[in-house]
Ligand binder design. Structure first.
Ligand SMILES: [Zn+2]
Length: 309
């Protein structure tokens, strides 16, 4: 499977009996569907209400069943902004996902967000303004990302049900097991496993064909979570961004994360300052990936700070 293959339109792809991936256009966020006797369980809600509605309608039309539940893999806006398209069904997430939303938006079950600073926190983490100052030359990329159609005033909807460690939904012939393995890409990241089908949905624990965002991650924790994933008996791995993959892509991605961690750790051992790390650490093996230029500086800054804590 070509790692860099991108689609112009989002599309539903069957990856096993009763299990489908909704692959975002051009590397945009993915979603998924697991069929159950109670209806379709949707996984993630896309980056706008329009795209969330398109995902839901397309899945219901092609599978001939209504959606009965939605699960959010994590709180980042490109995975939850479409939640209002699922307002009539339970929306499930890890309890930390809801706590993070409450921390940024205040208590409540829904919010209207118009200011860019809040959208940036929701997209890239609560520490975003510490990583990318408004006068940073790199800030314009991020400001553009939260502007444009669908991003003017964002109506957000909170998860309605949460859990702490593990939740199993019965699908009839199989199960959909949602597990929280610990802090990783942000916090509250869920790993969604359909064991008999041999499929796992990783949310943003895996990016395929795109340099990852790790400004608000726990990098050592993320690498440890990927080690747990690689011990799973699965044949198909659905990333948060990019085409369906397998454990080989998980191993390669783990390598990318550890390359960054080791490069920054080596610079710290040599006494480099934070600014020297941001200006001077480069990952030539990964430089061809989309988002490398835009995201590397903030990722390096976050990694340096985590290592110096
Ligand atoms: Zn994310």
């Amino acid at each position: 499977m070509a790692a860099h293959r991108m689609t112009a339109e989002p599309r539903l792809v069957q990856v096993a009996a009763g299990v489908h991936a909704w692959i975002g256009a051009g590397g945009d966020s993915n979603a998924g569907i697991v069929e159950t006797p109670h209806g379709l369980v949707a996984i993630d809600a896309q980056q706008t209400i329009t795209l969330g509605t398109l995902f839901r309608r397309s899945a219901e039309a092609s599978l001939g069943r209504p959606v009965c539940r939605l699960i959010n893999t994590h709180f980042h806006l490109d995975h939850i902004a479409g939640n209002p398209a699922f307002a009539d069904v339970p929306i499930i997430a890890h309890q930390r996902t809801l706590a993070l939303l409450h921390g940024m938006l205040g208590e409540g079950t829904g919010w209207s967000v118009a200011d860019a600073a809040t959208k940036l926190k929701l997209f890239f983490g609560g520490n975003f303004s510490e990583l990318v100052a408004p006068d940073d030359p790199g800030a314009t990329w991020f400001e553009a990302r939260v502007s444009g159609p669908g991003y003017e005033v964002m109506q957000l909807l909170a998860p309605s049900e949460t859990f702490a460690d593990m939740l199993a939904l019965q699908t009839g012939r199989d199960m959909l097991v949602a597990r929280y393995l610990g802090p990783a890409h942000c916090d509250g990241d869920l790993v969604l496993h359909v064991p008999r089908a041999g499929v796992v949905f990783l949310g943003d624990l895996l990016f395929v064909g795109r340099f990852p965002w790790f400004g608000d991650c726990d990098l050592a924790g993320w690498i440890a979570r990927l080690d747990s994933v690689m011990a799973m008996d699965v044949g198909v791995v659905i990333p948060g961004h990019g085409p369906p993959a397998g454990l080989r892509e998980v191993a390669a991605f783990r390598g990318l994360l550890s390359d960054v961690l080791e490069a920054v750790a080596a610079a710290v051992r040599q006494g480099w300052s934070e600014e020297a790390v941001v200006a001077g650490v480069r990952l030539p093996h990964h430089a061809g990936l989309p988002r490398y230029e835009a995201w590397l500086p903030a990722n390096l800054r976050a990694t340096y700070r985590a290592l110096r804590r």
